[in-house]
Ligand binder design. Structure first.
Ligand SMILES: CC(C)(COP(=O)(O)OP(=O)(O)OC[C@H]1O[C@@H](n2cnc3c(N)ncnc32)[C@H](O)[C@@H]1OP(=O)(O)O)[C@@H](O)C(=O)NCCC(=O)NCCS
Length: 300
């Protein structure tokens, strides 16, 4: 009977840059995160909105079917071609499609818009991809730089007192961070550190930031001169928390891997750090061996 047949989903062709981060918009973005069992919070979405851009695709009723975010990074390390040409890096993340709408081209659509945004600024696009995302981004020419693994530790009693609120010297942390990454992100570090629940583990040869997430605290970035220093920072951070913990660690860290297993962490899934540098662009080369945990796939 006419009118009772299930309707094929309408072709969605419009990607919209979010103009206002209203409570309703935040709630819908939060639903996208929850549906994919990710860890980001409203505070994380605010970082993208305040310092970058959020793109969405809506259905006819205005509900979000897909999202994507762009976050411009700061200065590239002196000496790198990216700094000479004045082109910085921008991070793409939060490419999320509601499970019922996957396989209809929405992921590609919203990702393409994020990439256009970055390329219009002459920046180099970088990201940390899940396996599903990696397949999509490879089609745009993104190449894998290195791989990392998400580790999770379930709740267990803390064995050291809670860390006091963090007031570290941001300039010195930002300098070490830039050295490691090859580009700077002091505003992001400040935004993460200023959250009331954030803590910083600062040791002579390394540091880590720990922040709240939707389902677990997240340790990262963890920057240290070598694996021994990174292990000391990790142990200190992990001992302070009784709740679940997440950390995203580059794969070439055999000693840190042993320490993670020993501390009760188990590997969850892999990510690939990817970049797309067009003609004349060069991906900033930091000192990647100083990076022992990234800030999170959404933040570099
Ligand atoms: C990854 C994700 C965003 C893809 O969105 P989508 O709307 O289903 O993807 P599209 O329909 O636009 O497909 C785009 C392309 O990627 C390919 N693709 C999508 N998911 C894939 C998968 N899991 N494995 C291999 N290829 C995949 C499609 O075949 C398609 O290729 P084509 O354009 O050459 O035909 C979606 O599956 C998702 O939200 N996953 C959970 C969150 C996530 O992992 N996001 C990526 C973060 S880096």
């Amino acid at each position: 009977m006419a009118g009772t047949e299930p309707q094929a989903p309408a072709a969605v062709t419009e990607v919209e840059r979010l103009a206002q981060l209203t409570p309703q918009a935040l709630a819908m973005l939060g639903e996208l995160v929850e549906q994919s069992h990710w860890n980001q919070t409203f505070d994380d979405w605010r970082v993208f909105f305040d310092s970058g851009a959020i793109y969405v695709v809506r259905d006819d009723a205005g509900r979000f079917l897909a999202s994507g975010a762009v976050l411009p990074m700061g200065e590239s390390r002196p000496g790198c071609l990216a700094s000479v040409t004045g082109r910085g890096v921008a991070w793409i993340s939060m490419i999320l499609v509601t499970p019922a709408s996957r396989g209809r081209g929405l992921g590609r659509l919203v990702f393409r818009e994020c990439l256009r945004h970055i390329q219009a600024q002459g920046r180099i696009a970088m990201l940390d991809a899940t396996p599903a995302g990696e397949a999509l981004y490879a089609k745009f020419g993104f190449e894998v730089l290195w791989r990392l693994t998400r580790w999770r530790r379930e709740a267990r009693p803390a064995t050291a007192p809670e860390l006091p609120p963090s007031h570290p010297d941001l300039d010195s942390l930002a300098e070490l961070d830039q050295e490691a990454l090859g580009f700077s992100r002091p505003a992001l570090l400040r935004a993460l550190l200023e959250r009331p629940d954030s803590r910083c583990v600062r040791q002579p040869q390394g540091f880590a930031i720990v922040r709240s997430g939707r389902v677990a605290h997240h340790i990262g970035p963890l920057v240290a001169v070598d694996e021994a220093a990174a292990i000391a920072v990790l142990r200190d951070a992990a001992a302070r928390y009784g709740g679940p913990l997440l950390i995203d660690v580059p794969d070439e860290r055999p000693r840190l891997r042993e320490a993670l297993l020993h501390a009760g962490f188990t590997p969850q899934r892999g990510f690939a750090r990817m970049a797309l540098a067009l003609g004349g662009q060069c991906v900033p080369q930091g000192q990647a061996h100083f990076i022992h945990a990234v800030a999170g796939p959404e933040f570099a």
